[in-house]
Write a protein that binds this ligand. Sequence first.
Ligand SMILES: Nc1ncnc2c1ncn2[C@@H]1O[C@H](COP(=O)(O)OP(=O)(O)OP(=O)(O)O)[C@@H](O)[C@H]1O
Ligand SMILES: [Mg+2]
Length: 258
Amino acid sequence: MSIQVEAVAKRFVRNRREVLAIDNLSLEIESGEFIALVGPSGCGKSTLLNMIAGILDCTAGRIVQDGQEVRGVNTRVGYMTQADSLLPWRSAEANVWLPLEIRHVSRQQRAERTKALLEMVNLSGFGKHFPNELSGGMRKRVALAQVLAYDPGTLLMDEPFGALDAQLKLVMQDELMKLWERTRKTVVFVTHDLAEAITLADRVVVFTGRPGRIKLIEKITLPRPRDVFRVRFQPGFQEVFERLWQALEGEIRKGEAL
Ligand SMILES: Nc1ncnc2c1ncn2[C@@H]1O[C@H](COP(=O)(O)OP(=O)(O)OP(=O)(O)O)[C@@H](O)[C@H]1O
Ligand SMILES: [Mg+2]
């Protein structure tokens, strides 16, 4: 068992106003599992990732990874946050090796590892480019390479491809799937795109509107390896999509009524 979220709640207090972002949420994520989280905006998806990453404390409950309670920054996870976290004044390669620099990895090892990582995300030859000289998709790839530089067992990805156009998104999904097939890291992947969730994940978790709780968990049994360009036409995909959409739609409509 890799990550256990045990009856977790998160309450924020801001200007004496309280927001209960997540309430009584329990979830077990298995080692090597690819799990996707979907839910209406503001239901606490990023908050949950922040708690798994140890950046935020739980107000109630706890998160346990490999038998150890998460307290303080969790160095066992790599976290691709919702915001683009590349440093604009560092080249792509210097962004990728930042985590290695922090760990005092030797210059030569750093260079070798960075080269391999840039190759892995299909960016060989772009190492010297600065973030503003790269496309949106390329920046996301650099961010992915940077997270992989830690070689974490677990990857937390918060809407990593959300801002990309539909075609580029598929290309990125394809790369991520191939990488995951090779490495079988545990992935917790937040998305608003239900088709993306079904295409990639072993299980899709639908959250309720705030306070976020689990509304539905659907096991995705589509065979692997999956062809991200074609999987949506496979038998079974549409039925799963409809079931999940119904659960999600209900929560989105509730939010509209508020
Ligand atoms: N640091 C914070 N301080 C105060 N309130 C916060 C903080 N972080 C999140 N919140 C609140 O908690 C709730 C959940 O936010 P969160 O970012 O987790 O939602 P989300 O599900 O990731 O939404 P989206 O899909 O739009 O990214 C929101 O109401 C938000 O305003
Ligand atoms: Mg979010």
